[in-house]
Design a protein around this ligand. Structure first.
Ligand SMILES: Nc1nc2c(ncn2[C@@H]2O[C@H](COP(=O)(O)OP(=O)(O)OP(=O)(O)O)[C@@H](O)[C@H]2O)c(=O)[nH]1
Length: 373
């Protein structure tokens, strides 16, 4: 009989720190060493997160499912992608969902006959942005489908990472934990920053499966609290918390200055996948290409992104800058991060994810970034 491969599912809202956690897990599996494979699901047309992994760990097999969620529009492609990874005979498969995926449907798919014979879930991890959790909660109240998704991310988890505590006050963190506990009071919960969590207990079932031969397991045994936290700032909470521009000299036709590659409206039609009532999310993505002989200046791009205001929830991509070269751009929670990358990128791009994005205005503003002052 073919042995089953353990799966660790990582979900959580946009920009909460899922890929940051995944990179830590991958680095750790490499040390053990375990042969890990990754299924990456992205809302945009480009697989930024897979590129990050490939740049850091080129030997890790990654399958990307783009422009849709594995919980709805990409659900029928999930089995195929997982079987491709299974052919590489991994010791463990990490699945990272999009920030707007409901893991409840993903778990349902994993239990389907096509997959249940080959895979078993050892952990469902949910990563929460401590700084924005409360804000998103009140902002999206009217979006029933999104609320269901956010709650689904928490309810299905056996391990919850309350991340980004460096940019949230203690009061906020306490409130966030309190809110999470209303939805899930059994999962292990760790508050931390940059997804620094105790990795050993998370990987323990994987090691066990290898030593004793894979045996199916139901979701999900709570993660064993570590005897010694390996990060000073990380803290385990095992139960509910009680307290707390333009030169006319080089005019450019619009079409050469930018390119709107895709505009994806994220809509989960739950009538297709379950008996849930039909409802829609207003979140959408838009990919813009760096496509001009005019260099893209860092400051202009930063002004462009911050100028989009609160409708922009997340932006990521690779930009080729005149001085710095190719840089990975990450924007979440009105914070912008640049990281150098050795990844060969011919043409830069930025994927924007937001609420009711004014595409005409955005593409016009994007064009302005490429025009001489
Ligand atoms: N200040 C701060 N930034 C963080 C922390 N964790 C991650 N980040 C940054 O937040 C941004 C998003 O992190 P990711 O790990 O890509 O988040 P994600 O959940 O995979 O995001 P999506 O791709 O939108 O699903 C990156 O710029 C990270 O460096 C943290 O604890 N504190």
């Amino acid at each position: 009989m073919m042995s089953k491969v353990p799966v660790i599912l990582i979900s959580g809202f946009l920009g909460s720190g899922k890929t940051t956690l995944l990179l830590r897990l991958l680095a750790h599996t490499r040390q053990i060493p375990l042969h890990a494979a990754v299924l990456m699901n992205e809302m945009g047309e480009y697989d930024v997160d897979s590129a990050i992994i490939s740049a850091e760990m080129p030997d890790v097999p990654v399958e990307g499912l783009l422009e849709g969620c594995i919980c709805c529009s990409k659900r029928n492609e999930l089995a195929g992608a997982l079987h491709t990874l299974l052919n590489q005979k991994p010791d463990v498969i990490f699945m990272e969902t999009t920030g707007v995926a409901n893991p409840e449907q993903v778990l349902e798919e994993l239990r389907s006959p096509l997959l249940a014979d080959r895979l078993y879930l050892v952990h469902s991890i949910s990563v929460v942005d401590a700084e924005l959790f409360l804000e998103y909660n009140s902002r999206f109240t009217a979006d029933k489908e999104l609320v269901r998704t956010l709650h689904g991310q928490l309810r299905t988890a056996d391990f919850i990472v309350v991340n980004k505590t460096d940019v949230a006050s203690v009061r906020e963190v306490v409130k966030v934990v309190k809110n999470i506990r209303k939805l899930n009071d059994t999962a292990k919960l760790q508050t931390t920053e940059y997804s620094r969590v105790d990795l050993e207990p998370l990987l323990e079932p994987v090691l066990t499966s290898i030593s004793v031969g894979a045996k199916p397991m139901q979701v999900s045994q709570p993660v064993t609290a570590p005897t010694q936290p390996n990060e000073a700032k990380a803290a385990y909470i095992s139960g509910p918390v009680k307290n707390t521009e333009r030169s006319d000299s080089v005019p450019k036709p619009r079409s050469t200055a930018f390119k709107v590659i895709s505009a994806h409206h994220h809509s989960h039609n739950h009538t297709l996948v379950s008996n849930q009532p039909h409802s829609f999310s207003r979140l959408e993505s838009l990919t813009l290409h760096q496509y001009s002989p005019q260099p893209l200046e860092k400051q202009r791009l930063e002004d462009f992104l911050t100028g989009l205001g609160s409708s922009l929830l997340r932006a990521k991509g690779y930009c080729v800058l005149p001085e710095e070269g190719t840089m990975l751009l990450q924007f979440s929670g009105s914070r912008l991060e640049w990281q150098p990358t050795a990844l060969p990128v011919n043409q830069g791009y930025v994927t924007l994810i937001g609420e009711q994005l004014d595409k005409a205005l955005i593409t016009d503003q994007w064009e302005q970034c490429f025009l001489s002052l």
